[in-house]
Ligand binder design. Sequence first.
Ligand code: 0WD
Length: 257
Amino acid sequence: MNNLLAGKTGIIFGVANKRSIAWSCAQSLASQGMRLAFTYMGERLERSVRELATEMPNSLCLPCDVTKPEQVEEVFRVLKAEFGGLDAIVHAVAFAKREELQGDFFHTSREGYIIAHEISAYSLTQIVRTALPLMEGRDGSIVTLTYIGGERVVPNYNVMGIAKAALEASVRYLAHDLGPRGIRVNAISAGPIRTLSASGVSGFTDILDHIAQKAPLRRNITAEEVGDTCLFLVSPHSRGITGSVLYVDAGYHVMGV
Ligand code: 0WD
């Protein structure tokens, strides 16, 4: 089984480096023959994303800051010209100011609240709306990344938890809107993984230790495990699933204490 996605195309938002969950998703999708485009956030990340993308035949790399609607539009204009159509979107983008990811949630500033929501939640809706003309009539699949901090309190996760709650609700509304067009929308709620973004969450190492002791599988998860679940959600094997949040967290979400 290595050509499940042959002839299909996808775009991945949120690769920063080889530790990014988005990169593991890309590897899983490419392993099944999907042709991929990557976006990078600013010149700072361009080199590392372009370098990684050389591993993927026929891939594209495009700049995209999701706070700039004209850049999102340009991405899909180029994709239309290069790919013709689009079968999958992986949205693995999130941001909150470092000072908002520690201490009391009630200190969250208006500006910090808006930034976190714009980048981490609204961007999915904006991307989906802009991509829609390319996805019509292809039984497409859209996957985003969330965290249990969007439904339970995880100290220090703060405003990002509120943004993830909005993101998960967006998944349900988008699934309702796009279902009649045959397009599915789901989220993966991943357990903690040491990435660039995760390093901004205060006390992250303690969270990893806690999961290793308490999760049913008594371990943390890997980005590769998230990538393979992304492959499942993009592939026809999950054709009956939409509007869902799937947990890739070694079972941690079932625990009461
Ligand atoms: O423990 C974890 N790492 C978990 C991450 C557990 C559960 C969920 N997630 C989620 C994150 O919240 C995010 O939605 O997975 C997604 C991917 O996160 P990641 O792989 O942990 O982090 P990282 O490799 O840092 O990629 C996120 C990227 C940004 O990286 P940096 O580190 O430069 O902030 O999101 C992108 C950027 O590439 N990003 C943007 N992209 C476009 N426009 C923007 C923006 N304005 N801001 C950030």
